[in-house]
Design a protein around this ligand. Structure first.
Ligand code: FES
Length: 156
């Protein structure tokens, strides 16, 4: 799914057109659409009256802003402190090992994209991740293969 003009206008209206809002705007758009096309970045640049090159640089710098198409299923794993303290690091490693990719990457068969995200508002049941629109809490490394298999009919 790509960003569309309505989404861009809504997110900019929410955050305002100050330069300081740029990262939040790009992050929200990336989370909503999965990734940002060059055209979407240029539209944001025009709306905020910023050089397109600056917006492209910011988008490429932050891991939570995706500028490439995602796989069929997108995993967003919370990387904020409460989830980290609850054992997030081990789950993070289990995701990378099970899928054979690093965060920010997509599997070669385009099944999975693994992305970090900030707090999902469910810190009480951390570590937490979202797969597409499904939320999973109280994660442990042992649960990862079984959860992923639900989306692939048996193969993670
Ligand atoms: S810190 Fe992970 S859900 Fe809040």
């Amino acid at each position: 799914m790509e960003t569309n003009l309505t989404q861009i206008h809504e997110v900019i209206e929410h955050h305002g057109t100050n330069r300081e809002a740029l990262v939040e705007i790009l992050r929200d758009l990336s989370q909503q659409a999965g990734y940002l096309t060059p055209e979407a970045l240029e539209t944001v640049a025009a709306q905020l009256n910023l050089p397109a090159g600056e917006v492209h640089s910011v988008a490429s710098f932050y891991s939570m802003i995706n500028t490439r198409p995602c796989g069929e299923h997108v995993i967003r794993f919370c990387e904020d402190a409460p989830c980290h303290v609850a054992g997030g690091r081990a789950v993070w490693q289990a995701l990378e090992q099970t899928l054979g990719i690093k965060f920010g990457e997509t599997t070669p068969d385009n099944q999975w994209t693994l992305l970090p995200t900030s707090c999902l508002g469910l810190c009480a049941v951390g570590p937490v991740m979202m797969i597409d629109n499904d939320v999973y809490g109280n994660l442990t490394p042992e649960k990862i293969p079984e959860i992923l298999a639900r989306y692939t009919g048996g193969d993670a």
